[in-house]
Write a protein that binds this ligand. Structure first.
Ligand code: ATP
Length: 366
């Protein structure tokens, strides 16, 4: 069983820097788990502790039912694919892929069988006699994956394996690695700083910041219900709009949210959540995804007004960057909607889709 359990894991480097703090995580058998976060948040350190390449300062790491804190990397039944591929330049692709097996004194015939099988899976059979410098970036990436596959490990660890590829190849390899996960049917733990990779590849995503886990959930859950402002800003491109506002009661007993240049009444469900959280008179941070804001249709009452500053035409959709009394906003329109720079438009939100955060703790209220 390739189930991993991390309990209250800390990593303090020799210089006293705490790179990972009290990290607890259950990684399911055969899961594709993505660790994502900005540079320096501790994701590579976490992966390297799982691999056994870094000591764990405190806490317990188990693979299956075995605590492996003190187990040598080579005895953990884990294979790691690095960002720079770490291929040996003087060796052929075959020898690069066979290297780990030779070290383990695997019989020659079995080595050949395993390398050929991995090459078939990765469709690099015709490259086995080439040297790494005779390969494209994408092919090198496959060889690095091949070297991990031949070992038939319980767990694959991948540290930004696509970051050296150009944008187009990255998209292609993203799909290849997802397919590989299905083919191999084993546990993958994948580190990236790219939220699109995390969203498209992970069964679950762990969002980290400053050594701390911010949220662990499925990509959709993270997108729809970010647990705090950091996650809401990190996941989604263009990022969620944030507007400072204030909840107040109306004479009729319902709640209203006001902000510079506008106001709206939350839907009944959200009114109830705000009331039960004691937010009847409170400063809040309103979060609205760009796709949940739009230009008002004729006769519709706007929630706010905004003046168009920049438009970004992507073919299938257009992003409009605009200025409002509440600050800069970005929203999405269909490409056939005519939006001219300098025009002022009434803007409407999808009220049911708004997010509300506490401006002090930055945690989600709804
Ligand atoms: P990146 O995406 O840039 O690789 P990361 O999230 O993977 O970032 P880590 O490599 O895990 O980040 O590093 C986490 C923090 O620990 C960083 O602030 C880094 O400078 C620090 N760090 C890493 N290795 C050491 C070390 N050997 N000694 C001291 N500090 C270290």
């Amino acid at each position: 069983m390739a189930r991993l359990s991390l309990k209250d894991i800390d990593k303090k480097y020799d210089n006293g820097f705490e790179a990972v703090k009290k990290l607890s995580l259950e990684i399911h058998d055969k899961e594709f788990l993505v660790l994502v976060g900005p540079s320096g948040c501790g994701k590579s350190t976490t992966l390297r502790m799982i691999a056994g390449l870094e000591d764990i300062s405190a806490g317990e790491l188990s693979i299956g039912d075995t605590v492996v804190n003190d187990v040598e990397p080579k005895d953990r039944d884990i294979a790691m694919v690095f960002q720079n591929y770490a291929l040996y330049p003087h060796m052929s692709v075959f020898d690069n892929m066979a290297f780990g097996l030779k070290l383990r004194k695997t019989p020659k015939s079995e080595i050949t069988e395993r390398v050929e099988a991995a090459a078939r899976i990765l469709e690099i059979e015709e490259l086995l006699q080439r040297k790494p410098k005779q390969l494209s970036g994408g092919q090198r990436q496959r060889v690095a994956l091949g070297r991990a596959i031949v070992r038939d490990p319980k767990v694959f660890l991948m540290d930004e394996p696509l970051s050296n590829l150009d944008a187009k190849l990255r998209v292609q390899m993203r799909a290849e690695i997802s397919k590989l996960h299905k083919k191999l049917n084993t546990t993958f733990i994948y580190v990236t700083h790219d939220q699109t990779e995390a969203m498209t590849m992970g069964d679950r995503i762990v969002v980290m910041n400053s050594g701390l886990v911010q949220q662990v959930a499925s990509p959709q859950e993270i997108y729809d219900n970010p647990s705090n402002v950091f996650v809401a800003k990190f996941i989604g491109s263009p990022q969620m709009n944030f507007i400072s506002g204030r909840v107040s009661g109306t004479a009729k007993g319902s709640l209203q949210i006001e902000f510079d240049g506008g106001s709206f009444s939350p839907c009944k469900k959200n009114q109830d959540i705000l009331k039960s959280n004691g937010c009847c008179s409170k400063e809040v941070l309103i979060g609205i995804r760009p796709e949940d804001m739009r230009i008002c249709s004729d006769g519709e009452n706007p929630i706010m007004d905004a003046t168009v500053e920049v438009t970004e035409h992507l073919g299938s959709e257009t992003y409009v960057y605009a200025n409002s009394k509440a600050g800069s906003i970005v929203f999405r329109t269909k490409p056939d909607v005519k939006v001219l720079i300098g025009d002022e438009h009434g803007i409407h939100f999808d009220i049911e889709k708004i997010h509300i955060f506490d401006p002090e703790t930055e945690n989600k209220i709804l």
